[in-house]
Structures are given as structure tokens and as C-alpha cells.
Write a protein that binds this ligand. Structure first.
Ligand code: GLC
Length: 739
């Protein structure tokens, strides 16, 4: 009897261990499970998990039951399913999703709560679509308004981008989906992104271009980062020792996976030693179209295996890469506590609409023409192609197959109903096409009329209109806010300025709605009554815009970048270099403007004023600021200073105001901008309500990066805390001293 019992016990224990080896045992710490899995993997299995197996997936370990990793674009919504080894959509019928507003709109909300809502919503859509890695968000700094992908990023200021990217990352990852913050680093132009070698000083690198990535890693704890296409110090960013080994994994302690941009790897040895963990691409050598399914030829595939088998390299770096990839798999695909997610829920549509409403920026409102008063309107004329053109398709890898997209004209008609007659005139013809990777809009926007005929129709209709709403801007077509193709001009394309000027001659109640992800020239801004900076708002675009124009929502957006009068007022074009004509060979581009990007540059130009400054945005109500006060006149390096200001809503309706804190270092051993954004708070105030807003200033807010010491330093001396409603609307200055 005893023997049988003993045998049973043994069997039981064996069974238990056989059922739950450590790498599969949920009760064990992840790091232990990773080591156990690593021990069990063959060399070939290790090589398999560090490069793509299909266009958007990398292998797991089938033999051990370790799942593969599915990634997908993009920052604004979950890309349509593609065939195994294609860019084109697979034609599934279950992958239409919610298109959320572009990230410039999210940045323009200046509201971290919106960033969390955004991350949670898009994270649920990614989760439901069974994607473990969302290839976004992008946080490259808007150095020039010609950069094709600015619409995917969060503006010109590193502090604003840092504060807005962290909640987005936390929101997505709370759903068991990894973010892949991109494009690390210095990918600030598109046309020659694969062969542009960025040359800049360490101050600009550390003070302007790295902070948002650093925040995403250290505060957001992003589980992956995407290496960019460009070069830095003549080394491709996807295997750049300084960026990936010294800074990302060294200084910042990043424990996640560095994923290459698609085709961003060009060299096996550099990829092995310089911190590239997971190579994705576009066929054989990562860039040029080669034999299909050539995933074994990737740089971190068989070529790497051969180097190990020939003894030229050890498996030390391989094991480190595999550890990171396994960690990413454990955090996502093997995390049994993940929620299930959902797509196209009412909540997601509501989130998309709300983020859009909070991000729209009212730039000008002469005679308070806005909000539109339907009691005064019998006829409302809407002009412009962007009122009827779908924007969720196109622009590059962030293109989407949206379940629906409510266009501006539709949104206005739905909102206005029969309260007024809404008439539409094309005004101009821009890009009548609408397809990307076989996702098509189904729209037929062809119009053979000449510009003169189109303008004649619009002005004729405008003559007796109570309101004229011109809806134009850019459209994510080639060179009009698109990946891989920077803009070729700062002016609006398709003779839109002629249309606006013609309209302004026949009607003074012109409202210009500019849909774009970049600043554009507005030479007509004194000829029109109102100007609204609208964004690529996705599925609910027309509803968000109508809510603001009709006054259902009080606009509270603030510009995340400077709208220059002319391109030469932008430092990337007047001091630095920006190359947007196509070049074949690797070339240097010098960021000679250094840290003086955006308002950091225009603040220094006495003669030049921006058309509309960074941080600017009007409301349908008004706000006044009291005198800001500090709780002390001095602070110590390890101390803090609290600055408080009272803000009052002096108008007749509730509104939100973004109180901005800039810091001025009155005397520094190295050149510094006049002031830099170091705090902001968005406050909601009822009509007549006042609120105290406080900022806690610590030495980080006073510091600059000393590239000789390779350290952040806060130098004792005089500083000013500047409370402002935009980069040029200073409400109060509080001097203090750092002892
Ligand atoms: C593209 C983009 C990147 C995208 C990736 C996959 O080239 O640069 O943002 O996530 O490839 O589509």
C-alpha cells in the first residue's frame, strides 16, 4: 500500500512540475520565468524571436508554447489587417476601427487627462484586435512646419510633449498592450529620412529632442521604443551606440525592447553590439524590395546565426536581446490578466469627439462672430474641399480603415438641421483621390471645373450668406502632411488663399477653418473674421468641429507649435538647415539653431512676431489673472518654490483656461532661451468663478544641460517665474533667487 501511495505522490509531484515549468508558472517572478525560458530555447529559436516573421509579427517559441508578438500601427488608431508579407490590407471585414484625433490635436488640449483617456481607448482597440505592441505614439519635436509627419507628434516643446506622452503610454499599457514610442531619435524630416545624418550639439539633443522619449521611458515606463531611419553621428539610429546603448539603456535604464523602424537596420555587427533588439523590415536588406518572405535574410536572422556558428561572436548579446523580447511577451501576450478590450464602442467614439473638441484652437474671433447664432442665420455657406474629404485614409503608416468618418460638412448639417439653409461650394480642387494600401475612401471628389469657375461659384453663393465657413488646409496627400514626403511650401496649396481673398471681398463674415498638422502661412488673416485651427480629428471630425463652431463646446485648445508669419521666421530655416528636396546619398543636416527651436527662437527676435504664438488659443469667455505670488524670494537647490496665481472667468459662460508657467534664467554661464515652458495647468471655471492655481518649482525647472560637464545644472542666481496665457501673453512675473 505504502509503495503505491509513494508512487502516486511522486507521480503527482512530477505531474505538477511537468504541468507548470517555471517559464509557464504564473506564481513565479517574470525574471525567473524569462531565465527558465532562455535556458530551454535552442540557438535557432533565439535567433527567430529577434526579427520579423511577417510584416507586423515576430516569432514566439512554438515548441515551448511561447506566443508570437503581433504589432500594428499606429498612433491614431489600429491599422487594417495586412496579408502576411504585404503592406496592402488583407481585405478583412472585421477590422474597421475608431480613428482618433491626430496627436497634434491631443497636444493642443494641453490636458494630460485627455492623454490618459486617449491611451486607454486606443489601447482597448489594440487589445481587442489582438495586437501586443502599438507602434506609437510619436514624439519627435516639430522643428519645422514642413516636416511631413508633424501631425503624428506633439509640437515644438519638449516639456509639453513629455507631459502629454506619459499618460498616453500608461493608458495603452494598462490594457496589456505595449507602446512603441517613436522615432528614436532625431527623425524631424521625411523626404530623406533614410539617408539624413543629423548633426547637432548635445545641448539641443538633451534639452529639446530627448526629453519626451526620456519621460516616456522613465515616467511612462514604455515597454518598447522604435529606432528611427535617420543617422546620427554617421550611424543609423536603429543601431546607434550613443542613442541606444549609452543613453537609452545606459543613462535611462530602459528594460524594454528596441524595435527597428521597418527597414531601419543596415548592418548585422552594429545591430548586434549597439542595442537593436527586434528587427522589422521590408524584405531582404530591410529597405529594397527583395524576394518575398525573406525574413531569414534579415540582418538579425541567418547572417547573425552564421556569425555565432562560425565563432565570430558569442551569444552574450543574443541572450540579452532575447531576454528583452521575452520580457515584452510576458508583459503582453503571456499576461493572463489583460482585459479583453473593445472596438468601436460608444465610449471610444465619445473619447474621440471629446479630445477633438478640447484640441480645436480658436485663433481669431473678430466681432465675436463665433459661435454661430442660428437666430441670425438663414443661409450658411460652407466652402472648401476639406469640408467633404475623408482624412482617415492616407498620410502614411498612420492611415486607417475607420468604421465611419463624419466629415465637417456632414457634422455641420447634422447640427444645424433645418434651422438654416446650409449651402456647399467646392471652392478649390486639391486631391480627389482617396486610397492607401488598398483601403479606399469610396469618395468620388473629381471635379473638372477650373479654379476660376470654382471661385465664381463660391463668391456668388457667398454674396447673400449670413456666414461663410471656409474649410481648407492640408490633406495628408503627398507633401501635404504625409510620411516620406515633407511639404514643399509653407503656403496653403491648391490656390486656397485666392479663394479666401475672393470670399473676403464679398462677405465680411468669413470663418476660416484650417485643417492641418503643421503651421501654414495665413496672409489673409486680417481679411477674415474668424480663424479656427482644426486638426485631423478622425471618426468624429465633423461632430467635434460643429460643437465648437455652434458653441455647444467652448474651445479651450492652445497651439502646440508656433504659427510663423513666414517660413524664414522659423529657426530651422533661418539659422539651421532643413532639406526637403530628394537626395540619394547620405548627407549631413546641421541643426545650427541648437536649442533655439520654436518660441525659444522667436522670443529672441525683437522685430519678428509670430502670426499666432505657441500656447495661444481663444475662448468664448474671458479670463483675468491676478498678480502671481511666490511663497519665498529665494530657494535652495534641493528646495522648492511655490508660485500661486488666481484666475477668474470674467465672461458669461463656463470655459477652460491653460495657465502656463515659463522659467527665465536671468544670468547663465551658457546661452539660454528667454524663457522655457516648465509647467501648465488646465482649469475649468464657471462664469464668474475664480480659482487659485499653484505651481511647485524645483531645481529641474531651473536646469539646463551643460554639455561640457555632460550634466544638468541649475546655476545659483536670479530667475523669474513667468505666468502666461501663451508664449507672448505674459500675465505676471515673479522674480526669485536660487541660492
Ligand atoms: C513606417 C514608419 C513607422 C511605422 C512602420 C510600420 O516606415 O516610419 O512609424 O510604424 O514603418 O508601418
Amino acid at each position: 500500500m505504502k509503495k503505491i501511495l509513494f508512487g502516486l505522490t511522486m507521480l503527482m509531484s512530477l505531474n505538477v512540475s511537468a504541468q507548470n515549468p517555471v517559464y509557464l508558472d504564473e506564481t513565479k517572478p517574470v525574471e525567473e520565468r524569462i531565465e527558465d525560458a532562455l535556458k530551454r530555447m535552442t540557438l535557432r529559436e533565439k535567433i527567430n524571436v529577434i526579427h520579423a516573421q511577417s510584416k507586423f509579427s515576430s516569432a514566439g517559441v512554438p515548441r515551448l508554447g511561447i506566443p508570437e508578438l503581433w504589432t500594428d500601427d499606429g498612433p491614431h488608431g489600429i491599422r487594417a489587417e495586412v496579408l502576411w508579407d504585404q503592406w496592402n490590407q488583407a481585405g478583412w471585414t472585421n477590422d474597421s476601427i475608431v480613428a482618433f484625433p491626430a496627436l497634434t490635436c491631443l497636444a493642443a488640449t494641453w490636458n494630460p487627462e485627455m492623454a490618459l483617456l486617449y491611451g486607454e481607448s486606443i489601447g482597448e482597440e489594440a487589445r481587442y484586435r489582438n495586437k501586443s505592441v502599438l507602434l506609437g505614439p510619436g514624439v519627435n519635436i516639430n522643428r519645422s512646419p514642413l516636416n511631413g509627419r508633424s501631425f503624428e507628434y506633439m509640437g515644438e516643446d519638449p516639456y509639453l510633449s513629455s507631459k502629454m506622452v506619459v499618460p498616453y503610454v500608461q493608458g495603452v499599457q494598462s490594457k496589456g498592450v505595449a507602446t512603441c514610442v517613436k522615432h528614436f531619435a532625431l527623425n524631424n524630416s521625411e523626404t530623406n529620412r533614410n539617408n539624413e545624418n543629423v548633426v547637432l550639439d548635445d545641448r539641443a539633443l538633451y534639452e529639446i529632442y530627448l526629453p519626451a522619449f526620456k519621460a516616456a521611458v522613465i515616467e511612462g515606463k514604455t515597454w518598447s521604443i522604435m529606432g528611427s531611419y535617420n543617422l546620427y553621428q554617421n550611424q543609423h539610429a536603429c543601431h546607434n551606440k550613443r542613442l541606444l546603448v549609452d543613453i537609452l539603456k545606459g543613462e535611462w535604464g530602459f528594460d524594454g525592447v528596441v524595435i527597428s523602424d521597418w527597414g531601419g537596420v543596415h548592418n548585422t555587427m552594429e545591430a548586434i553590439t549597439n542595442g537593436m533588439d527586434l528587427e522589422f523590415g521590408t524584405w531582404t536588406n530591410g529597405l529594397t524590395e527583395g524576394a518575398s518572405n525573406a525574413y531569414d535574410n534579415y540582418y538579425l536572422a541567418v547572417p547573425y546565426l552564421k556569425l555565432i556558428q562560425s565563432g565570430k561572436v558569442t551569444t552574450a548579446e543574443l541572450d540579452e536581446k532575447v531576454r528583452r523580447v521575452l520580457r515584452l511577451i510576458y508583459r503582453t501576450a503571456m499576461n493572463k490578466n489583460r482585459p479583453y478590450g473593445n472596438i468601436c464602442s460608444e465610449a471610444h467614439y465619445a473619447a474621440a469627439q471629446k479630445i477633438g473638441e478640447e484640441g480645436i484652437v480658436l485663433l481669431q474671433n473678430k466681432n465675436k462672430i463665433l459661435p454661430i447664432d442660428l437666430n441670425k442665420a438663414k443661409k450658411i455657406l460652407v466652402v472648401g474641399e476639406n469640408a467633404i474629404k475623408m482624412m482617415t485614409v492616407g498620410g502614411g503608416s498612420s492611415s486607417l480603415k475607420a468604421q465611419h468618418e463624419i466629415l465637417p460638412l456632414d457634422g455641420l448639417k447634422m447640427r444645424i438641421g433645418d434651422r438654416a439653409k446650409v449651402v456647399y461650394a467646392r471652392g478649390y480642387v486639391g486631391d480627389p483621390t482617396g486610397s492607401y494600401n488598398n483601403v479606399t475612401t469610396g469618395q468620388d471628389l473629381n471635379d473638372s471645373r477650373t479654379p476660376a469657375e470654382l471661385i465664381a461659384e463660391a463668391t456668388m453663393e457667398a454674396a447673400d450668406a449670413d456666414y461663410v465657413i471656409f474649410i481648407g488646409g492640408l490633406n495628408k496627400s503627398n507633401h501635404q502632411d504625409a510620411e516620406g514626403a515633407d511639404r514643399l511650401q509653407y503656403d496653403l496649396p491648391y490656390n486656397q488663399s485666392d479663394v479666401i481673398n475672393a470670399l473676403s471681398k464679398v462677405n465680411k463674415n468669413i470663418i476660416v477653418v484650417n485643417i492641418s498638422g503643421n503651421a501654414v502661412a495665413m496672409p489673409w488673416r486680417n481679411e477674415v473674421s474668424a480663424i479656427v485651427q482644426d486638426w485631423y480629428l478622425g471618426s468624429q471630425a465633423g461632430l467635434s468641429l460643429a460643437s465648437v463652431l455652434m458653441g455647444d463646446v467652448n474651445p479651450s485648445g492652445k497651439l502646440p507649435y508656433t504659427i510663423y508669419e513666414k517660413l524664414e521666421d522659423c529657426s530651422a530655416h533661418s539659422v539651421g538647415e532643413f532639406v526637403n528636396e530628394r537626395r540619394k546619398q547620405v548627407y549631413d543636416v546641421h541643426y545650427k539653431e541648437g536649442i533655439f527651436v520654436g518660441y525659444r527662437y522667436t522670443d529672441m527676435q525683437k522685430k519678428v512676431q509670430p502670426a499666432f504664438p505657441f500656447g495661444y488659443g481663444l475662448s468664448y469667455t474671458t479670463f483675468t489673472y491676478g498678480k502671481p505670488v511666490a511663497d519665498a524670494k529665494t530657494m535652495t537647490a534641493d528646495g522648492k518654490l511655490i508660485v500661486t496665481v488666481t484666475v477668474k472667468n470674467t465672461g458669461t459662460r463656463e470655459g477652460q483656461e491653460v495657465v502656463q508657467l515659463y522659467i527665465a534664467d536671468k544670468k547663465s554661464s551658457l546661452p539660454r532661451p528667454v524663457k522655457e515652458l516648465k509647467g501648465f495647468q488646465k482649469v475649468r471655471l464657471a462664469a464668474g468663478e475664480s480659482k487659485e492655481v499653484s505651481f511647485t518649482i524645483e531645481k529641474e525647472a531651473l536646469s539646463f544641460f551643460d554639455d561640457m560637464k555632460h550634466a544638468w545644472v541649475a546655476e545659483p542666481g536670479k530667475f523669474e517665474a513667468i505666468i502666461a496665457a501663451s508664449a507672448t501673453d505674459i500675465k505676471g512675473v515673479v522674480p526669485f533667487e536660487l541660492k
